[in-house]
Design a protein around this ligand. Sequence first.
Ligand code: M6R
Length: 622
Amino acid sequence: MCGIVGYVGNKEIIPILLEGLHSLEYRGYDSSGIAIHDGKVLSVLKSVGKLSKLEEILKNDAGSVNGKNGKNEHVYCGIGHTRWATHGEPSDINAHPHFDSDEKIAVVHNGIIRNYQEVKDKLVKSGIKFLTQTDTEVIVQLIAKYLKENNSVLSTICKTVSDLEGSYALAILFKEKPDKIYAVRKESPLVIGLGEKENYLASDSPTLSRFVDKIVRLGDNEIAEVTKEKVEFFNTKGEKINKTVQKVIKSKDFLDKRGFKHYLEKEINEQSEVISNLLNEFLPSSDSKVKFDHLKLKPEFLKNIDRILILACGTAYHSGLIAKYVFENLTSIPTEVQFASEYLNIKPLLSEKSLVIGISQSGETADTLTAIKRAVSCGATLVGITNRADSALADLSKERLLISKAGLEVSVAATKTFTAQITMLYLLAIYISEILGSTERNNLKPLKQELRLIPRLVDQTLTRAEYYQEQVLKYANKRDFVFIGRGINYPIALEAALKLKELSYIHASGYASGEMKHGPIAVLDPNVPVVSIIVPGETYDRVFQNSLEAKSRSAPMIAVTVDGDKKAESIFDTVLHVPPVTEVMSPFLTVIPMQFLAYYIAEHLGRDVDQPRNLAKSVTVE
Ligand code: M6R
């Protein structure tokens, strides 16, 4: 987490750094700060809280850090940072950039230094005083120590990083080098943007796409020396290296809310368009086969898969849980879904016949990447599903299914990328099933017809937003929520609970409805609504029975079911209807009232809907 930006050139620097930081705020928003060299003085300005706080401070007093030194043709040089706190609470002092004790070096950092305490102890013994609780201060103090010893910036950086364990993307300013930014990375992203007589750096390429057409991705253990005229690259032995220049993918202006109050509301409302775009590309009609022509998976491999392992975190994990039902039903291949973070402690029982599916909206989630590397080290084949063509997961996956057609998701809570992921997973299950081609599974046409109808049904569901709002706000002041479901809608109960927690800060749990009687039913009382995802089909009667059990414990009862479900209307206090749909396709619809429930309750409680407290969009630390 944390976002880094940097600029060297003749343009006014503060608006550039702020624009870059705005685009990176999804990576953390506990504090922000900038460091600027004006040719003589190296200054830092930083503040706890959202970027808007820093902007306010700059509006009132930009004098000290505006980078102007009175010359006409002046080179502006500076770096900026937006933080998600790991070491040390969010505070002014712990905000980046960090200075060394002599205030001659300023550093911004994304990542975690695992051995920081050990390095810090040594530096403290040598007399260095620390001001902050961050692991980053260790880096800047170490740079200062080595620079005093050898006087060369490049070899100082090489020596410093050889002492560090963990992950880092660093941008560094030196008082003695007024028009240069140094950058180095390992396991945290950093991209260089190449302009005309100006150069940039940032944690992601969409940010750079606002300023430049060409980029260079810094690799692990690579250093960049960035000036206005050129960028030179080195390895951490200090040797010059050549890098490939790439064209940047221009993203649409993702910071446009298109008239919606929040990005979250906009993104929820984009879901039918997103699913429709994916289907039009990969399943243009129910008579066609799934067009994953870019996948190079050989039919012999697909016919002999021994097991499928899905690795993901958070909402992406929930889409994996839905996929398990679809894969096992369509292909009969045993499919397991693991939290990526848990897989790090599990013996990987995979072989060359196994298929690993890694799902990550950002493609940068550290837990997911580490788990995938562990899984593929057994020889398994990886298919990566991500929204970011320029991500580490996309780089890692020879076989990849991009959902970039979903467009960038700005709000921290995942919504449209969830439905985009499940669309791709249904398509992948159909694709494999078509290749397996056994007679029992041959009749995929009705399923494909249903899938092709989903965008229209999602659209109809979205038009019910006001009705959902009116119904759910009756429960906005409840203490806890319990969501229950079975089978393919159990993951929707989990997703609904996650959405409500992260957006409204109300405690919520999702349970397989049959599990309630094994313990969780004890928490029910009139202050704990139970939301049952109860869709006609195989699971209906059992979820109904479990809902009656909850109702007998005085819990307020809410149902998510299809239009015309009179039985549900007779026992539930509130019914959130979705258009009629088969059980297998129902998650596409049942998730929508759940997203609205979380959104409207959070908004009603005055929460920061797009940037909930303590979170970041992209979780790049383990
Ligand atoms: O980028 P990823 O899909 O790998 O992110 C995984 C989770 O961090 C993410 O889904 C998280 O749970 C969201 N905030 C949920 O809304």
